[in-house]
Design a protein. Structure first.
Lengths: 257, 316
């Protein structure tokens, strides 16, 4: 008997994507619209009067990686969380728990679908941003890889959140109260180097700084910190999330009574 | 007969301290319909949950198809289906999609013919494209059965399958369940409808306060504990029961206008004895104007058993 049932994982993956399509207005159109508004206001309208601090990069182009990261983090977390929270809430989780489906299939199905939704959204945002700001990508393969890594990591984080949460309020609380503010303060609209002390030092404990920084490097080949630091932190976060979820499945915490 | 499920010493105490199962021993035979009866909170759903992977037991062992569930859960769960008590599924999905989802979840590839067969057998084929939320409660329950059958389980758990279902649909479901058994599926059902167990089950188990109180063949339990009651409405009041009728288990009602017979064993002996009693009454000159005969059902037996168990518990 195989330890991984590919068909089960594929079934969960397809089911989750179908659910996203049913709620396309909420899961794709709404985040796309809000991101576009940032591009219009900070990129097209105000960007011409602001300095990005990077040679040859307009302010509108400077904020593209940060805004992309903001959407990725929020949506990946929400998608990952709602994917598992909804069957818990409706009771449909019984089917998953009574099926020959383990940690790996569940993770690949739910987190894979959540990450896919984030990737699709990222592609749409990047395509649409072209209408408002003129940006370039120096390392397109790294951009793809980094987006994939961040989407997967925060979908895993969302998955943990969806298992932890006991109410819809708790599911929505973490992205709204932590992920979004920290990403805002993590250099989405500015370089950390422009912050005066002690704010610069305080900003360094914000993990989102390294994520925004990493993606910005992929776009413009320049960043406030070495890109390997961003990569290491992201990989570390991903590994930590996988370990936590493995532990959750081993103990049945908040899944099995 | 081959055993399909062997449960030994199964215990479950929830985090809050509530003990739902207290060392349950239960063996289910291949191909039978087993009805698990018990009052609310007796441990029926916890027992099913423990076998199906929804509940983590705190003690005991579960063996299905001869293998340990804990070690070989992947292989064994493929052969087990569950219809839960609650209507818990994605209500925005269509009937056919949700059944296909269940099939895929159990690692099986698409099989449109088999899915059509299942949906037709449950009168759901015409509703296959409808969203679940548009269906009636009874139809939703059928969809849950269709989902549980999508991977052709050898052992099927039905947790109160006809709760909240109208009489016509309930009888229709009984026919479906009997048809499943004829195809070789072993069925364990919990129910509050004693009539349901009496109608369908080969064996009945009674669970109370997390303990199995009794497991017996339905026919045997009826034969052993079943009774016939016949009330003769007398044309004239009697002072005492005539001596010629001493061999019958008769009681004269307090108004002295009714003779009450309680006897038999649930296999028809009581009715035969009542027939003999009618002749004896005429022979002894006792005139009567009406006879009301009824058989005790499983519900009465069940209530008596639980009351008896409660009394024993209090005495202890």
């Amino acid at each position: 008997m195989s330890l991984f049932n590919a068909r089960s994982a594929w079934t969960i993956y397809k089911h989750e994507l179908a659910r996203a399509l049913r709620t396309a207005l909420q899961s794709i159109i709404a985040p796309l619209l809000s991101t576009m508004l940032y591009f219009v206001v900070f990129g097209a309208a105000m960007g011409g009067r602001m300095d990005s601090g990077l040679a040859g990069v307009s302010y509108g182009a400077f904020i593209v990686p940060g805004l992309l990261m903001l959407t990725l983090l929020s949506e990946s977390t929400s998608n990952g969380a709602f994917g598992i929270y909804m069957p818990r809430f409706t009771g449909a989780i019984f089917e998953l728990l009574s099926a020959p489906v383990g940690f790996a299939e569940t993770l690949v199905g739910f987190v894979g679908a959540a990450a896919t939704k984030s990737l699709v959204l990222a592609a749409i945002i990047l395509g649409t941003a072209r209408f408002f700001v003129d940006y370039s990508i120096v390392h397109p393969v790294f951009v793809l890889g980094f987006i994939l890594l961040v989407s997967a990591s925060f979908s895993l984080f969302g998955f943990i959140l969806g298992i932890w949460a006991r109410s819809f309020e708790q599911v929505g609380m973490v992205p709204a109260l932590f992920v979004m503010p920290l990403t805002f303060l993590g250099g989405t609209f500015y370089s950390i180097d422009v912050l005066p002390e002690p704010w610069r030092s305080i900003a360094l404990v914000n993990p989102m700084v390294y994520l925004v920084n990493g993606l910005r490097w992929c776009f413009y080949d320049t960043a406030d910190f070495p890109v390997m630091l961003s990569l290491a932190m992201t990989l570390g976060f991903l590994a930590l999330c996988v370990l936590i979820i493995a532990r959750i499945f081993a103990t049945g915490w908040r899944l099995r009574s | 007969m081959q055993n399909i499920l062997e449960i030994e010493g199964l215990a479950k105490t929830y985090d809050g301290g509530f003990t739902a199962l207290r060392g349950v021993d239960l063996t289910i035979r291949k191909g039978e319909i087993f009805a698990l009866l018990g009052p609310n909170g007796a441990g029926k759903t916890t027992l099913i949950g423990a076998v199906c992977g929804l509940v983590q037991p705190t003690g005991g062992t579960i063996r299905a198809f001869g293998e340990d569930m804990g070690r070989h859960w992947r292989r064994l769960r493929r052969r087990i289906g569950l219809v839960p008590q609650e209507l818990s599924t994605d209500m925005f999905d269509s009937v056919i999609n949700t059944v296909n989802y269940s099939r895929g979840l159990f690692g099986l590839g698409p099989d449109p013919d088999r899915v059509e067969e299942i949906l037709r057998s449950l009168s759901l084929w015409d509703k296959r494209k409808e969203s679940l939320r548009a269906l009636s409660g009874g139809m939703k329950r059928r969809v849950l059965i269709a989902k549980a059958l999508a991977h052709d389980p050898d052992l099927l758990f039905l947790d109160e399958p006809t709760a909240g279902v109208d009489v016509e649909l309930r009888r229709d479901m009984w026919r479906q369940i009997s048809a499943l058994r004829e195809r070789g599926t072993t069925i364990i059902l919990t129910t509050h409808y004693i009539e349901e167990a009496e109608e369908m089950a080969d064996r009945v188990g009674i669970i109370q306060a997390g303990r199995i109180r009794m497991v017996e063949e339905t026919r045997e339990i009826m034969a052993r504990l079943g009774r016939t009651e016949a009330v003769f409405t007398l044309a004239q009041p009697l002072e005492v029961v005539p001596e010629a009728l001493d061999s019958f288990p008769l009681v004269l009602a307090s108004d002295r206008l009714s003779l009450v017979y309680r006897g038999g064993d649930g296999t028809g002996q009581g009715k035969a004895e009542v027939a003999r009693l009618t002749k004896a009454l005429i022979a002894t000159g006792v005139d009567y104007t009406a006879i009301d005969i009824r058989e005790s059902n499983l519900e009465e037996i069940f209530v008596n058993l639980l009351e008896h168990a409660d009394a024993e518990g209090e005495a202890a």
